[in-house]
Design a protein around this ligand. Structure first.
Ligand SMILES: [Zn+2]
Ligand SMILES: [Zn+2]
Length: 333
């Protein structure tokens, strides 16, 4: 089963994002650790951090992930803005670390008045500087694929490869693939052959093992438009097929996927709930020969394989999973 969640607001506290995610039926959650349109933020106190971590455990929400501030531009040709961006990104990593969040998603940046080549060099320098200032931290940066609006870098897989190849500590970086962005950037995903070709290209240029997260968004604008406008799943230019391919692709079964679709309600129902239902409706029933057996066959298969990650019915993990499913059903009743 794919790991599905959404970006959630931290209004009222970090733990609130976890509660909203749980109420919407998410498995995972993305959040900003500070106001994304401001440079400054007050420090995270012990109580807020503890409450956040406890709520994640209590509600069974996994893979918390952070997204950095929109003000940060590590490709900026202007030295003052570049330096400010480096400092701000260091703070982003420190805040994630404090909340035990393993990854901070970031847009590589915009070269504005310089060039693609110079911009990419600035990003490499900036990340080296960030890494030098955050020795020993476990929180890592995920470079996000972008739509390529204006002078934004990261819309070609090659841009990400240039950054990964250029930095001194590439092992401290990963990649987040946004479906809306890569489509708007010109990578087709709907036709099965196009999907396979796009993923093969991602693998060849970036490497699939680098992909630590997906952003699941449909796109208002068309293929190659290079315009970043998110639509509800299946209601944009992408349609349902790309999501069907992705969600049923065993290579990404363990990679968390987060919605960043518009918030609100439709006919009184939360739009995240609607989008998650649309996504889960695309899952193919698994054949009994598949690696992950259906519930009925679970006991026998686990007994045979003795897999450490799976638990027999009645075991602790199974119990908490059941309890979680029950709470989820209740909260949606
Ligand atoms: Zn995104
Ligand atoms: Zn976007």
């Amino acid at each position: 089963m794919p790991i599905l969640g959404a970006h959630m607001s931290i209004a009222g506290g970090y733990f609130r994002a976890v509660e909203i995610a749980h109420a919407a039926g998410c498995d995972c959650v993305q959040l900003f650790t500070k106001n994304n349109n401001q440079w400054r933020a007050k420090e995270i106190d012990d109580e807020s951090a503890a409450k956040f971590k406890n709520r994640l455990a209590e509600l069974g929400i996994r893979h918390p992930i952070a997204h950095d501030s929109y003000l940060i531009n590590l490709a900026a040709p202007d030295d003052a803005l570049w330096k400010r961006s480096v400092d701000a990104f260091v703070v982003e990593l420190l805040r994630a670390e404090r909340l035990a969040i393993p990854y901070v998603v970031m847009h590589p940046g915009a070269f504005t008045t310089s060039s693609e080549e110079v911009g990419l060099r600035r990003v490499v320098q900036a990340l080296d500087e960030v890494h030098a200032q955050t020795r020993g931290l476990t929180a890592r940066c995920l470079l996000e694929t972008t739509a390529g609006q204006g002078s934004c870098l990261g819309w070609r897989f090659e841009h990400l490869a240039t950054i990964l190849d250029g930095v001194r500590e590439p092992e401290r970086l990963g990649v987040c693939v946004d479906t809306c962005h890569i489509f708007a950037a010109g990578y087709p995903l709907a036709d099965p052959r196009d999907y396979q070709a796009t993923i093969a290209e991602l693998d060849r240029i970036v490497g699939l093992s680098r992909v630590k997260a997906f952003h699941l968004n449909d796109s208002i604008k068309g293929l190659g438009s290079r315009v970043d406008r998110h639509a509800h799943i299946g209601e944009g230019a992408l349609g349902l097929e790309p999501f069907r391919h992705l969600l049923n692709d065993p290579r990404f079964a363990d990679v968390p996927m987060y919605l960043e679709t518009p918030k609100g309600a439709r006919d009184g129902e939360d739009l995240d709930v609607i989008n998650l239902r649309t996504l889960r409706g695309l899952l193919r029933r698994q054949k009994s020969s598949d690696r992950r057996p259906a519930t009925k066959r679970r006991v026998a298969t686990h007994a045979e394989s003795g897999a450490a990650t799976t638990v027999l019915p009645g075991g602790a993990a199974a119990t908490s999973r059941r309890k979680r499913a029950q709470t989820r059903r209740t909260s949606h009743a």
